[in-house]
Design a protein around this ligand. Structure first.
Ligand code: OGA
Ligand code: NI
Length: 342
């Protein structure tokens, strides 16, 4: 049975030492591409607050939630979507959610240039504390993400400011809150030929995802030995790598497929934050890494696009990160993309 590693990153976060943490993260990235981090310094009070406020929001009547529905967010791609509103792998997910991103004002150059996914958040009137909690949480967890990227660059044999210089001085940051109701018995769905998923199998698109989950299990990760569970661990975030890190490393690091099935009798909440390259960044292979020079032990070859969840290879593609992200999100929200990508 494959277990995901738990890495204490307190020395990284408080600045007292990077090399041990970097080596542990490097090993995890070469193996499953999923690990837990503890000692991250994000206050428990903030996590409890956002969890409580999220539950209050999702418990509101549908017509009140619809006032902040994604169609009101326009190009910024923010707001609430109902159960089965998002299609991962072409199938509606059994989840309800809220999309947030960096809070940009109308006079920001990127908003004035009408870049998709850039703009102001939609915040509901109730619960009133949600706005502050979301913005505080995004700042705190983005800081953890930058620290993790410093360790990742050291693990790749680069200097610790490499990501800041090349990709993440103005990162794309997306934050989502999800509510997963209990699924019906999965065997019933199978018998009827329609298996339901809380989230279908997919990879994440950018650099790293930092996920807080409540105490209900359901996240599953496709390791080399098959599917393994990533159950909740108190005070730990789950961290996984996105397609851009797989691309940068020529497949030495893995953007690992994962999925969610809430087969428990309770609802599950999760809070993923995606720390991704700047919108206009071109993400290229890092020569000494992608060529295999830095591979210790079992380097593996880039995967075959036929093997990937959506049939698109991360290696065989060119353009900016913004282009890549937009192509992905328009698949999972087909109706919205018509309004936004014009
Ligand atoms: C995602 C994701 C997992 C979860 O949002 O990309 O994989 O537990 N979420 O919500
Ligand atoms: Ni994911």
């Amino acid at each position: 049975m494959h277990e995901l590693p738990v890495i204490d990153v307190s020395a990284l976060v408080d600045g007292s030492g990077i090399s041990t943490v970097a080596a542990e993260i490097d090993a995890a990235c070469r193996d499953t591409g999923f690990f837990y981090v503890t000692g991250h310094g994000v206050p428990a009070e903030l996590q409890e607050r956002i969890d409580r406020l999220a539950r209050e929001f999702f418990a509101l009547p549908g017509d009140e939630k619809a006032r902040v529905a994604m169609r009101h967010g326009g190009r910024a791609w923010r707001g609430w979507f109902p159960l089965e509103g998002e299609l991962t792998s072409g199938v509606p997910d059994e989840k309800e959610g809220f999309y947030f991103g960096e809070e940009l004002s109308a006079d920001d150059a990127r908003v004035r240039a009408r870049l998709p996914l850039h703009g102001a958040n939609l915040f509901p009137e109730r619960p009133s504390g949600l706005r502050d909690a979301v913005l505080e949480y995004m700042t705190a967890v983005t800081d953890v993400g930058h620290a993790l990227l410093r360790a990742i660059s050291v693990g790749l044999g680069l200097d610790d400011a490499w990501f800041d210089r090349h990709l993440t001085a103005a990162p794309t940051v997306l934050f989502r809150v999800f509510r997963y109701p209990p699924l019906d018995e999965p065997t019933n769905g199978e018998a009827e030929g329609k298996v339901k998923w809380s989230v279908g199998e997919h990879t994440d698109y950018g650099l790293i995802t930092i996920l807080a989950q409540d105490d209900v299990a359901g996240l599953e990760v496709r390791s080399r030995d098959g599917w393994v569970a990533a159950p909740p661990i108190a005070d730990a975030f789950v961290v996984n790598l996105g397609d851009m890190l797989e691309r940068m490393t020529g497949g030495v690091y893995r953007s690992t497929p994962h999925r969610v099935r809430n087969t428990s009798a309770r609802e599950r909440y999760s809070f993923p934050l995606f720390l991704d390259p700047a919108w206009d960044a071109e993400v290229l292979p890092v020569p000494h890494v992608a060529s295999g020079d830095a591979v210790s032990g079992d380097g593996h070859t880039p995967d075959d696009e036929n093997d990937r969840w959506d049939g698109v290879s991360v290696h065989d593609w060119s353009g900016t990160y913004g282009d890549y992200l937009l192509a992905k999100v328009s698949k999972v929200f087909p109706a919205l993309s018509d309004d936004v990508i014009v």
